[in-house]
Write a protein that binds this ligand. Structure first.
Ligand code: GRF
Length: 200
C-alpha cells in the first residue's frame, strides 16, 4: 500500500515509520513526503531514505482548498491510500478531509479529547496532571477531534521536567504511530461513528 507522510518539522515520527517499514513491520511504501516548510529536517530524513519529497509553500495559494487540491493531485498520481500527518502544522481543508475520509491519521501528544492544540505536552504538564499520553486518531473536520485509533498513557512523575516529559511522550509516539499504521495497512481498522474497532 502506498502511503504519504505530511511533515513540517523535525520528523522523528517520520523516521520511526521509515524504520518500521525497513524492518518489515509495516507492509507499505512511503510514496511521498509532503512538507509546507522547505527547511524541515524531516526532508533530510526522507532524502536519506530515498523517499520522494514534495514541498509546497502556502503563501502562493489564495485558499486552503486550492493548496490542498495541489497536494491531492500528487497523491492521486501515486495512488496514495493513507495520509499520515506527522507534525504537519497546517489544518487540512474540509475538502481534503472529505476526499480522504477515514484515510488520514494524526498523532497528538496528549490524551484526546484533553489538551488539544499545539502545546499538548506543556499544557498537561502545567496543569499538574499525574497522567498524560499519546493519541493516534483519524482526522475529521475539527481540530484534534476524529475517531480515536490508539491511545497510550504516560505518567508525569514528581521529578519530571517539561523536557523529560517530552522525551517520554516522543518515545511512546515512535512506537504507537507505526502500530496504528500497521493496523490500517492490514485492513484491521473499522470506523463506526466515533468508534474504531481494531480487528480483534
Ligand atoms: C509530535 O509530538 C506529534 O505528536 C505532534 O507534532 C510532533 C511532531 O514531531 N503532532 P516530529 O516532527 O515527528 O519529530
Amino acid at each position: 500500500m502506498n502511503i504519504a507522510v505530511f511533515v513540517s518539522g523535525n520528523g522523528t515520527n517520520l523516521q520511526a515509520i521509515i524504520d518500521a517499514i525497513s524492518r518489515g513491520e509495516i507492509k507499505a511504501k512511503i510514496a511521498l513526503v509532503v512538507s509546507d516548510n522547505k527547511d524541515a529536517y524531516a526532508l533530510v530524513r526522507a532524502k536519506k531514505a530515498n523517499v520522494e519529497t514534495f514541498i509546497l509553500s502556502a503563501k502562493d495559494f489564495k485558499s486552503r482548498e486550492d493548496y490542498d487540491k495541489e497536494i491531492i493531485k500528487e497523491l492521486e498520481k501515486r495512488n496514495v491510500r493513507l495520509v499520515v500527518l506527522a507534525g504537519f502544522m497546517r489544518l487540512l481543508s474540509p475538502y481534503f478531509v472529505r476526499q480522504y475520509k477515514n484515510k488520514i491519521m494524526n498523532i497528538h501528544p496528549a490524551l484526546l479529547p484533553s489538551f488539544k492544540g499545539t502545546h499538548g505536552i506543556k499544557d498537561a504538564f502545567e496543569c499538574g496532571m499525574e497522567m498524560t499520553g499519546v493519541t493516534v486518531h483519524f482526522v475529521d473536520e475539527e481540530l484534534d477531534h476524529g475517531p480515536i485509533i490508539l491511545q497510550e498513557t504516560v505518567s508525569i512523575d514528581g521529578d519530571d521536567t517539561l523536557e523529560t516529559l517530552e522525551e517520554k511522550i516522543h518515545k511512546v509516539e515512535h512506537k504507537l504511530y507505526p502500530k496504528a499504521i500497521r493496523l490500517f495497512v492490514e485492513g484491521k481498522l473499522k470506523v463506526e461513528g466515533r468508534k474504531v474497532s481494531r480487528g480483534g
